[in-house]
Design a protein around this ligand. Structure first.
Ligand SMILES: [Zn+2]
Ligand SMILES: [Zn+2]
Length: 111
């Protein structure tokens, strides 16, 4: 697997964040799903993997207030609810890509 990293970021609209990758793939994320996917210690129990975000605590109008790179491996997103401790490694972001192509298991690709 070649090393993947974003070459472009764009806020598609208030609810959607787009990432263009170095292999020309384009991902569009529902920002609320990204917020829920936060893996920081406050959001996810390190040992049990249990989600610690109280149900209903994320506002429907959640959106990234600021996005900055973390080293060369990920992004950190400061959210409109003030949460800013989560890091999204590129690998994980790509795994979260909701497009049909990424949702198909590799072995089952036609051809
Ligand atoms: Zn978090
Ligand atoms: Zn995809």
């Amino acid at each position: 697997m070649p090393e993947l990293f974003p070459t472009g970021l764009k806020q598609v609209d208030a609810r959607h964040l787009g990432i263009v990758w170095n292999d020309d793939h384009e991902s569009v994320y529902d920002v609320k799903v990204l917020r829920e996917a936060c893996h920081c210690a406050a959001c996810k129990d390190e040992f049990t993997g249990e989600n610690r975000i109280p149900p209903g605590s994320i506002p429907d109008d959640i959106h990234p207030a600021d996005i900055s790179p973390v080293g060369r491996y990920g992004l950190t997103i400061r959210w409109s609810d003030g949460h800013d401790t989560g890091i999204y490694p590129f690998e994980r972001l790509r795994e979260l890509c909701p497009c049909p192509e990424c949702r198909v298991p590799v072995q089952k690709k036609p051809g």
